[in-house]
Design a protein. Structure first.
Length: 495
């Protein structure tokens, strides 16, 4: 028996060939990412500032110890932010539905940003650190309910076999990166040039804008999508599905693919997320940030990644489509992502070699720009494709849960990224960045050699099936396999 989901609302219409609901989710995610990345871009700077250290009683720490503590806090926060989606995914699958989880999570995240932005002067002396913990806790729990469910709803907008699904995830991914650009640009500038706590408050206003958009437009553009728990959608009134039935061999194999790719996702993001930690600190303290006579905020360098995602995403999609039958499989694309990550860290090695052991020499900004560009190409080979793979391979009754598990892999990677970042203070920038480059390259090569086995376990998720129709002898019906993967020669927009 095939599980099912509600159809997108017909009355909502289309925009650029896609349901308008996609662009509602695009906008909601854009505002949420403005809030998240804006805060993340200045978090370690906030914790290592002289004013914050004085308020929290950290004046006795050296600069290296202060940076290590800031990276540790960032690591724990980023890990838990990506682990809690397992809980939010389960709640959406079994209790609340995705839309209710999104509103609940977004509200907590807004309150979390406001907590971080609550002026220290208004708090009893000695209690400032508790407001920090409260703000981080609200952000962690809120993201767990928000993040997996809005991603899942993108896939729910399309019926099985719709070749636009991969394109939709690429469009959605561009919304993520547009939000991050605005977050770094606005929140980053306010934090570094005006006041860090005011910047957190502005990030909370961004989350509020996303909540208002979702609250006022979801009924019109999403219809019934995301209202019912997805575990209930596989149970027609006349066809009850026993959710305790064992997984089929095909379902188990497909879940194995998600788990194996999850291991390589951890390696990729452990390197990539140096952007918020060690690379961010390297940019602020060891890089010449003067551009045309004006010192730019260090957090603005992180805009290179989302800016080039928007520039390069359509180009890379065209490359995949232009390759036709030679288009790499999803595991092969993942391996390419790891290789490009490695190349990016070779550029960081160049920056480390330029400054050497000097305390006064600063690296050229172009080393970091090129590193972020190569990391961006790697991300485009891996991240949006990963979201699509999960929606294709996960059984419907566990879809949000598997999406939550996918984000949990990223959470583990973020904690690993913080621990790797601390090595800069022990082993030096060159050894640390060089080690990450080597590990990413080895992982990419290993994944390339096991790619065919993973494709076998996907059971046709990336195959074309041609059948002869029954109405006339000459009629050909080109159909996608049962998990909704499109015919390759119809895939002009499927990436």
């Amino acid at each position: 028996m095939q599980e099912f989901k509600p159809k997108p609302p017909v009355s909502a219409g289309r925009l650029f060939g896609h349901p308008k609901g996609l662009f509602l989710l695009f906008g909601t995610e854009m505002w949420e990412r403005l809030s998240y990345y804006g805060m993340r871009g200045i978090f370690v700077f906030y914790l290592t500032s002289t004013a914050t250290a004085a308020v929290f009683g950290w004046e006795q720490l050296t600069d290296a110890e202060l940076q290590s503590r800031a990276l540790s806090y960032l690591g724990w926060y980023a890990m838990l932010v990506y682990l809690t989606p397992v809980i939010g995914g389960w709640m959406a699958d079994n209790r609340w539905g995705q839309r209710r989880c999104i509103m609940f999570g977004g509200t907590l995240m807004m309150l979390g940003q406001f907590s971080l932005g609550f002026p220290h002067a208004w708090l009893p002396k000695g209690s400032e650190i508790y407001m920090l913990w409260l703000g981080l806790a609200l952000l962690i729990i809120g993201n767990g309910f928000f993040k997996p469910n809005i991603s899942t709803m993108v896939g729910d907008l399309y019926e099985e076999g719709d070749h636009r699904r991969d394109t939709a995830f690429t469009i959605f991914y561009m919304g993520i990166n547009l939000g991050s650009i605005l977050g770094y640009l606005v929140v980053g500038w306010i934090g570094e040039k005006v006041d860090y706590q005011l910047a957190f408050f502005v990030a909370g206003l961004g989350m509020l804008a996303g909540l208002i958009l979702q609250l006022t437009q979801a009924k019109r553009y999403l219809g019934a999508i995301g209202i019912e728990p997805s575990a209930h959608l596989g149970q027609k009134q006349e066809e009850r599905v026993d959710r305790r039935r064992p997984l089929t061999q095909e379902e188990r194999d497909r879940i194995k693919v998600i788990l194996v790719l999850g291991v390589f996702i951890i390696i990729f993001w452990a390197g990539f997320e140096q952007a918020a930690g060690s690379m961010n600190l390297f940019a602020k303290y060891r890089t010449n940030l003067n551009v045309f006579g004006w010192e730019i905020p260090a957090s603005w360098l992180q805009m290179v990644n989302p800016l080039f995602i928007i520039i390069l995403a359509p180009l890379m999609a065209s490359i995949w489509v232009g390759m036709g039958d030679r288009e790499p499989s999803s595991p092969a694309k993942f391996s390419l992502g790891l290789v490009f990550l490695s190349i990016g860290f070779l550029s960081m090695c160049g920056a480390a070699l330029q400054i050497g052991d000097s305390e006064t020499v600063k690296a050229s900004i172009w080393w970091l720009v090129f590193a972020y560009i190569f990391h961006t190409i790697g991300e485009l080979c891996l991240s949006p494709i990963g979201l699509s793979v999960v929606t294709k391979l996960a059984p419907l009754r566990y879809l949000s849960l598997m999406m939550g598990l996918w984000f949990a892999f990223i959470g583990i990677a973020n904690k690993g990224a913080a621990e790797i970042g601390k090595l800069v203070g022990v082993s030096g920038s060159l050894a640390t960045f060089g080690g990450v480059a080597l590990a990413a390259m080895i992982a990419g090569v290993i994944l390339y050699f096991i790619r065919e086995k993973l494709v076998d376990w996907m059971h046709g998720a990336e195959e074309v099936r041609v059948t002869v129709g029954e109405t006339t002898k000459g009629e050909l019906s080109i159909t996608a396999d049962h998990d909704g993967v499109p015919p390759k020669h119809f895939s002009g927009n499927d990436k």
